[in-house]
Design a protein around this ligand. Structure first.
Ligand SMILES: *[C@@H]1O[C@H](CO)[C@@H](O)[C@H](O)[C@H]1NC(C)=O
Ligand SMILES: *[C@@H]1O[C@H](CO)[C@@H](O)[C@H](O)[C@H]1NC(C)=O
Ligand SMILES: *[C@@H]1O[C@H](CO)[C@@H](O)[C@H](O)[C@H]1NC(C)=O
Length: 225
């Protein structure tokens, strides 16, 4: 019995580790692989195909604009700007990207996760309260909060996949740079993902999931959609 358990676990682990659905950014198999759009192409590397290297230019490996804030969505109180494989094609297969967040005082970058990347942040200006949640291995119904107040020059890391947030606790705008060990880290905003899905998650599922009543679910849905 124990032997079967061991073999089955091993087989499942081997399958998961080899499954493309779990693929990370790979080590590149060539010097450069500049992303190019071509719907006719059948071969993809991490979601993007490569430009013929002889047509690559310095601009494929260049981006500008992190000297200024992104454009904040109305009411958001902050803006994020990403430089990833989608706007800097030379990042393709390199497993790295960068971006910038600007946040007004008392505003929050709400609970979110990047399913494919660890995120390293450094504060350039202002004061941020940053935290991430780690499931408690001893009790799946609880988690541990790891958090820090960050000042200019401070560095903090959000380990891959974990839910995290940033809060401007200062009296002026805060700016930080963030780095991902993925060219395409992904972003799941937890509240929006749950309360603003299309099609919507049925109310009774949400009500049971969060132990709230239908009125409260309707209010939450309204806030996030
Ligand atoms: C590739 O396609 C995306 C979306 O389909 C578009 O935003 C981007 O500008 C395109 N890039 C190039 C180099 O054509
Ligand atoms: C930001 O950088 C761009 C590109 O180098 C430049 O055109 C722009 O003037 C800069 N803006 C500011 C506010 O420094
Ligand atoms: C839903 O819960 C709120 C807050 O607990 C309560 O005030 C309200 O009466 C409840 N509504 C219904 C329809 O049960």
């Amino acid at each position: 019995m124990n032997m079967w358990w061991f073999i089955t676990t091993l087989a499942i682990t081997a399958f998961i580790c080899n499954s493309p659905a779990y693929a990370y950014d790979n080590n590149p198999l060539q010097d450069i692989c500049v992303a190019v759009n071509d719907s006719q192409a059948a071969v993809f590397v991490n979601g993007k195909i490569c430009k013929d290297p002889k047509f690559a230019t310095a601009n494929d490996f260049f981006a500008s604009g992190l000297n200024v804030s992104g454009i904040a969505a109305p009411g958001a109180g902050g803006a994020a700007k990403f430089v990833d494989v989608n706007n800097m094609p030379g990042l393709n297969t390199l497993g790295i990207s960068i971006g910038r967040v600007d946040l007004e005082p008392q505003r929050l970058v709400p609970f979110h996760t990047h399913p494919r990347a660890t995120e390293l942040i450094t504060v350039l200006d202002g004061i941020l309260y940053a935290g991430f949640l780690v499931p408690d291995p001893a009790n799946f119904f609880k988690s541990r909060l790891f958090s820090k107040i960050l000042y200019p020059g401070d560095v903090f890391v959000f380990p891959i996949g974990l839910i995290h947030f940033l809060y401007n606790v200062g009296h002026k705008k805060a700016t930080c740079l963030f780095y991902f060990n993925s060219q395409n880290p992904g972003l799941i905003l937890i509240p929006n993902s749950i309360f603003a899905s299309n099609p919507p998650v049925p109310d009774d599922v949400l009500a049971k999931g969060f132990q709230l009543n239908m009125t409260e679910i309707a209010q939450l849905r309204k806030k996030f959609s």
